[in-house]
Each structure stands twice: as C-alpha cells, then as structure tokens.
Write a protein that binds this ligand. Structure first.
Ligand SMILES: Cc1cc2nc3c(=O)[nH]c(=O)nc-3n(C[C@H](O)[C@H](O)[C@H](O)COP(=O)(O)O)c2cc1C
Length: 547
C-alpha cells in the first residue's frame, strides 16, 4: 500500500448505499415493516442465526410503519456501515487488510475541513412550532426501537454527536445513543468516566460555566466521516480532520441553523439543540453492546431547536446490543490494527505479530489475544501483555499471549494453548487497580470500584513435539482423494495438519520418512542395536543418546 491512496471511498451516505447495492451487499425490503417491533429483530437474525460473517448484508427498509399504523416517508438504512469487515472496508474505499494502516496514517496526517454555504443537509429545515406539533419533529422520523421488549423508547444509534470545547473551540464527535422523549426533546448518554465520552468532558466545562451546551446530532454521512465517531481518537483532535485524511480531501462543513456548531454539509440529517448541563433526566433501559440491558440512569436532556435534512433523506441506524453486531465490527476492524501498531511500532515490542479482540458476546474490549513469533523473548511477551492491558482504560481485562501457530480468532486454539503451554503459577499475573469493563456498574452489587487485569503468557516457551496430525503434504493429497471419492465437502479450517514445534530429531525424521516409504523394517534394525538393559520403561531415549 502506497500512502493512504486509493481514495475511492464514497463521498456521502447515499453514494455508499448505491455502491453497496451494486455490489450485492445491500438488501432492499419494500414490504411494510414495523420499526418498533420488526425492523431490528429481522436484521438481528443475520447475527444470531448462523449466517457466515461474509454473508451478512446491509438493509434498506423503504416502507417503514409503526404500531399505530403510521407510515414514514423516510427509508431506514441499517447495517450499512459495518455488518461485516468487507462492508466497513468498502465504506473506507480500502481492502480489509489495509484498514488499520490507513487509520494510523490518517491520524498522523489530518486534513482540516472546509466550511461551505447552502449545505445539502439543510435543504429542509424544521424549527419553532413545527417541532412541537403532535407527530412532528422527532416523531416524524422513523427511529427504530433497538431491543423490543426491553428498550424504553426509540433511540438514535448511528449518531455523530457534535459538541465543542468552550476553552479551545475544538469540536468533538462521538457515537452516543439518544432516547426520544418528546417531539422536541432527547436524552443523550455520554459515558461519564475516565476515558469516557469527549462530549462529557465538554459538558463538565459548560456546567462549571452554568451555560447551555450547543449540540448537534448528525445522522447519515460518508462512512469515513461516521467511522471517526466510534473510533477513540486523541482528545482535542478534530474528528473531521481525520475523516478528511481518510477521504483524501477536506470534509465540507456547514454552520448549524440554530447554534454555532459545524456539521458535515453532505449529511442526511442533523438534529440541533442545546443541553442544559444543570439538569439530568432518567434515560434507558436500553440494550447495550456489552450484552446486557443498561438500566435507567440520569443523563443529559437535549432541547431540540431544529431538525434539518436532505429532501430525500435516508434515516440511518446501527444494530448494536449482544455481539457480534455492527457495533463490534465497527470497533474490531479499527481497534485491532491500532493496538498492534501501538505494541509493535510505538512500544517497539519485538516478536509481536497480531492483536485480536474476542468478539462474540464479550464485545472485544475485555478479552484480548496477542500473538507472537515463536522464540520471542519472554520479557518482550510480558511488555506486550502489559501494553495491551494499559493502552486503553477500558480494554484488556484478560490478555492472553499465544504463539504464531495458534490462531487467536479460534477460542478452541486459545484454550488448547492455555491447556498445554502455560502454568498459572508461572505464567499468570494479576494486575490490580483498573477500572471495571463497560457495564460493570450494572452488577447487582453496583460492581467493584476497581477491577484487575489477568495477563497470561500461553506462548510456547520450550521445544514441543510435533502436532499429532498427518503432515501437510499427506493431508493435501488425501483431500484430492476425498473429493475424487465424492465424500461430503470439507474445507481446511483451523488446525488440519501436523507440523514440528522444535522437539524433533534427525533420527525421528528418518524413521518417519522410512515409514511412509514402507521401509519400517529398517527402523526396527536400527532400534534393535540401541537396546538398553539399565533403564526403566518410558525413559526418553533423547536423554541418553544423541539422535
Ligand atoms: C453503536 C455504538 C454506540 C455507542 N454508544 C455510546 C453511548 O451511548 N455513549 C458513549 O459515551 N459512548 C458510546 N459508544 C462508544 C463511543 O462511540 C466511543 O467511545 C467513541 O470513541 C467516543 O468518542 P469520543 O471519545 O470522541 O467521545 C458507542 C459506540 C458504538 C459503536
């Protein structure tokens, strides 16, 4: 990959949808679908129904209704940003393999946005009394219920919540959920903890000043713009300058109609308003990506002052909750390469080859696997395990090191390593005083104020005998034979052939070669000459002979 070209990322949301549809990656549903009871559960099936990751699709619902029989003009797009890594990469205009490096380069080489007039996102402006009309304002938007049966309201989910630091004027954008409360009121949830939402840090400053905090919630942007929302960028780094670098051109911004914030001019829809930082309103229950339903808590109410949108706007939502989901894919594709970059290039750990975050159910951040070249110094292994546990305050409750022959995407392979390549008294360390993983405070006892990390070195530390499967060439030949015999289809997945792991001698190699050539009797002739009568059974020969 040269530089961060090619910059053929879609330039706006609808261009992205068209590209997905052309590539056969978008399913258009014209049948009436109830946004409160059917829409999210339908898309959920592709995450819980055994559909292979590569077969997951984006969805566009063109005929959205609700429980009261109301029909919405705006279509709803969901799963369009990150139903799988291929959809994410397409939105970046890159291959899946290049995504990580592209992020690193974009963060290092930001391109500042430019301000334009007459933005597409303000083709339609709704404000004043129109926001208060029954069925108007937010109620006119087809906002789905994410977790029917548990959620307390329809929620905005695919958001870029924009706020500005009142001290330095730098804007922040984050993906935060927002609950519909009235036609002109939302409650936004900005994680209020160390390493929490950038918007929350701004909120604290406005609260100190006793001033209203301007806020704009942007929906439906070019993926390169949206992806900066859930990405954890350095504080005080304007997300739009990183998006510009990802797009290869400045992002066009426009001033909001009713406050001074700037929003992407080509977005589908923007909800403008103010948060009164002196008051909080109950928000949730809402199904979270840690796999549990977030229970009701006091969060930040937003008074809506305008809704602006394109004439033919498409409403966008993200499917989150229990992972895998769009919410975990969007993080996995970006976080893993950033962690590898941190360990390998910033910390300079020698031997580290891969970082994988465990996705199903656990939602990436608590459990992290770090892979190393065989023979990596143990001190380097430990540096990497510690680095992975401390790089982000919310990542790395359990960090497990494995060797290069163990695929960290396979929990079976990791457990195999844990079973045979580590011993807890030597290879496990507990590091105290880290904050709880996301959602720890939902535990019945309120959660521990402090948690800890467990670091496990399950790498191969000494020579091991070969893996006990036929060698690769024999398995490959047998596969051809299998297919000739029309036996049920097989594919080479996981561990499917034997290989050496260091404990192997020329003698045993010679024996094995003779065995496959039918010359096993020659081995018998050799071993008969090596007989001993001074040792107990099961004494390893290699202890007494040079083999
Ligand atoms: C689907 C989705 C929903 C999220 N919801 C929230 C949320 O409600 N509140 C929050 O603070 N973070 C939420 N996050 C995580 C933030 O987007 C993430 O921490 C991001 O880095 C925040 O950006 P910031 O550091 O600029 O605030 C969510 C992430 C995703 C992918």
């Amino acid at each position: 990959m040269a530089g961060i070209a090619p910059h053929n990322a879609p330039r706006n949301f609808q261009e992205h949808l068209a590209a997905l549809e052309k590539a056969g990656l978008l399913v258009r549903i014209d049948k009436p679908i109830n946004k409160d009871t059917e829409l999210q559960p339908l898309v959920r099936w592709q995450f819980v129904g055994g559909v292979p990751e590569s077969e997951r699709r984006a969805f566009l619902f063109t005929n959205v209704v609700d429980g009261k029989g109301k029909r919405y003009d705006m279509p709803v797009a969901i799963g369009v940003y990150a139903s799988n890594p291929a959809i994410y990469a397409r939105g970046m205009g890159q291959t899946v393999e290049d995504v990580g490096q592209v992020w690193v380069k974009a963060i290092q080489n930001p391109i500042p946005p430019v301000v334009v007039d007459k933005p597409a996102v303000q083709e339609v402006v709704i404000k004043g009394d129109d926001l208060k009309k029954p069925g108007g304002g937010l109620a006119a938007l087809p906002v789905p219920v994410s977790t029917p049966g548990f959620d307390s309201a329809p929620y905005l989910t695919a958001t870029l919540v924009t706020t500005r630091d009142p001290d330095n004027g730098i804007q922040n954008m984050g993906t935060y959920r927002a609950a519909l409360k009235a036609t002109d009121r939302l409650v936004v949830r900005m994680a209020a903890r160390v390493g929490g939402a950038g918007g929350w840090l701004h909120w604290q400053k406005y609260r100190e000043r006793k001033q209203l905090m301007p806020i704009a919630i942007v929906l439906g942007t070019a993926p390169v713009v949206f992806f900066t929302g859930p990405q954890k960028l350095p504080l005080d780094m304007d997300e739009m300058s990183v998006a510009g670098a990802l797009a290869g051109a400045p992002i066009k911004m426009a001033k909001c109609v009713t406050n001074d914030l700037q929003v992407p001019a080509d977005a589908e829809l923007v909800i403008e308003g103010f948060i009164d930082p002196m008051t909080l309103e109950p928000e949730a229950p809402f199904g979270e990506s840690n796999g549990y339903v977030a229970l009701e808590a006091y969060n930040m109410p937003m008074q809506v002052t305008a809704i602006t949108h394109r004439k033919n706007a498409v409403f966008s939502a993200i499917i989150s909750q229990v992972t895998p989901s769009e919410s975990s894919v969007v993080k996995k594709v970006a976080y893993e390469p950033l962690f590898l970059y941190h360990l390998r290039d910033t910390m300079g750990v020698r031997g580290v080859t891969r970082v994988v975050m465990h996705e199903p159910l656990s939602n990436l951040r608590p459990v992290v696997f770090v892979q190393f070249k065989r023979g990596t110094l143990r001190t380097e292994v430990w540096r990497a395990l510690q680095g992975a546990a401390t790089f982000r305050s919310d990542v790395g409750k359990i960090v497990i090191g494995v060797s290069e022959d163990v695929n960290p995407e396979s929990t079976d392979a990791v457990f195999w390593s844990l079973a045979y390549r580590q011993s807890p008294h030597e290879d496990v360390q507990i590091i105290n005083y880290r904050r709880g993983v996301q959602g720890a405070h939902y535990q019945a006892d309120g959660g521990n104020r402090f948690e800890s990390s467990m670091l496990i070195d399950a790498t191969q530390k000494r020579p091991l005998p070969p893996l006990a499967l036929p060698g690769k060439e024999y398995m490959e030949r047998a596969k051809v034979l299998w297919e000739e015999l029309n036996l049920p289809a097989v594919s080479a997945k996981g561990t499917w052939h034997g290989y050496t792991l260091g404990d192997w001698t020329d003698t045993w190699e010679r024996f094995a070669q003779r065995a496959v050539a039918g010359d096993w009797e020659a081995n018998g002739v050799e071993t008969s000459k090596r007989r001993r009568d001074d040792l107990p059974p099961e004494t390893p020969t290699a202890k007494h002979e040079k083999l």
